[in-house]
Design a protein around this ligand. Sequence first.
Ligand SMILES: NC(=O)c1ccc[n+]([C@@H]2O[C@H](COP(=O)([O-])OP(=O)(O)OC[C@H]3O[C@@H](n4cnc5c(N)ncnc54)[C@H](OP(=O)(O)O)[C@@H]3O)[C@@H](O)[C@H]2O)c1
Length: 221
Amino acid sequence: MKITVLGTGAVGQAQAAKLAELGHDVVMGTRDVQKKMNDSEGRAPFAPWIKQHPKVKLATLAEAAKHGELIIEALHGQTVVEELKNLAEDLKGKVLIDISNPLDFSKGMPPSLFICNTDSLAEQIQAALPDVKIVKAFNTTNATVQTEPQKLAGGDHHLFICGNDAEAKKQTTEIAQSYGWKNIIDLGDLKSARGMEMILPIWVQLMGTLKTPAFNFKIAQ
Ligand SMILES: NC(=O)c1ccc[n+]([C@@H]2O[C@H](COP(=O)([O-])OP(=O)(O)OC[C@H]3O[C@@H](n4cnc5c(N)ncnc54)[C@H](OP(=O)(O)O)[C@@H]3O)[C@@H](O)[C@H]2O)c1
């Protein structure tokens, strides 16, 4: 399947690598291709990563948006709505899996949420792009856990998804299952993204306490 990954950070890299490994035709989108190809520093340096993943192609956000039948979006929370508005025409009618979180690091650690309670980033994306089928997923797990769930507790933990379109959620579930997710909880319509995004403060707290991002939530009933 032709899949676009918008975002080149830790999440974009994890998603693109897994999708390419599964045989999909993957194009990643970035603001500046040349700059990204020379990026060898920071938390998720791109130049060494792309050398190790020759099947993944890199393009501008606009070119990448045209490519995919399915879009996986892992962009910076504070700019994602504006970035996606510019791509509206090429995203029309497609399923977009939103992984972004409304984290505000402007006052240092821990980050706060710049949208919460009565709204969510996913809903703001949906409002800006009414012709795109937005599904919130993967945002409550670290990049490495997202695509390799079985490496953690044998996969005995949970992924949450929500969205307004049943067919889009089915497609998202199939992608997650192809990564190895066994326990997927559909929380309902896109309003449930409020809760999924408001998990982040406790997630960040747990990362600090456990001193690792390699953990996840398991729901007992
Ligand atoms: N890291 C995780 O484990 C994790 C887990 C769950 C959810 N998330 C969420 O997923 C999203 C991606 O996270 P990430 O850690 O992969 O990387 P990130 O550094 O938050 O963002 C990566 C992408 O956002 C763009 N970007 C970064 N800073 C920007 C800025 N100031 N203005 C405009 N664009 C900017 C970059 O574009 P260019 O390619 O053009 O540089 C890059 O493609 C975030 O919303 C994050 O909260 C992260």
